[in-house]
Design a protein around this ligand. Sequence first.
Ligand SMILES: C[S@@+](CC[C@H](N)C(=O)[O-])C[C@H]1O[C@@H](n2cnc3c(N)ncnc32)[C@H](O)[C@@H]1O
Length: 266
Amino acid sequence: MAAVNSEAGGSDPRALPAASSGREPHTGAYHRYAGIYDRLWSRAPYHRFVDLCVEDLPAGARPVRRVLVAACGTASAALEFARRRYRVTGFDLSAAMLAVASGKCRASGLRVGLIRADLRAVPFADGSADLIVVLNTSINYLLEPTEVVEALSHLARVAGPGGTVVVEPLSSRYLHAGVEANRHVDADGLRFDAAYTLHGDLLAERLHWLAGGEEATETYWQRFYGDDDLARMFSRAGLTVAARRSMYPAIPAAPARGRVLWVATA
Ligand SMILES: C[S@@+](CC[C@H](N)C(=O)[O-])C[C@H]1O[C@@H](n2cnc3c(N)ncnc32)[C@H](O)[C@@H]1O
């Protein structure tokens, strides 16, 4: 079943001036959607996603003590690492996502360092994290291959020799089996619709919701990179891919369907 609609001739965000539509097509940073994202995703089995990141580290990998959660969003994964007593820092480009993350961390009583930073300019010292994770297709908000290589190179540098980098890119199986063409939620005072359309290698995610009497619309763009392209990008960034770990059926829940973790060493 094709879960996304193919639409020839749709607008390509790479061709738009960043400020022209208010959509920030080049950053992918989440805005008003932050609270809604957390309501939609916080029930996903992040504890199992984290299990899959830490089990079977590549041969020769350093033991994990310090974890960096890149594009951490609302800190669901970061909190799972903190619960397991890792030293955790998360960063994200979206101030709104970080505000939600910060509230959750405070409420949990767990310690997670949070900073605002861009995947394309990761501001951490060489070798300062034993494990870096980039989950839920965050890397695909980088719309140019050069940006992906730049980001992966930063992660390789921050992990340092023997460090592990786990990336969950948008996979073709997820694109065709996991993303629902039009996702609808109508529960607990939230009415939410997501429509996904494919424009060549670009995926548009058009979101519309009504919550607490407020109505909003946001659109995000991601670029799909095929496995061969990704393998080349990891290699150019100085990362050796040790495994591609399927998240489903290891996690028999719909949010894991078709998702794959790329486990690499620096
Ligand atoms: C689908 S959400 C995933 C969030 C989190 N990784 C998770 O698993 O819930 C994508 C996240 O990527 C972040 N993001 C997009 N572009 C980014 C960039 N260039 N640098 C850092 N974060 C970015 C967004 O702000 C958003 O929080």
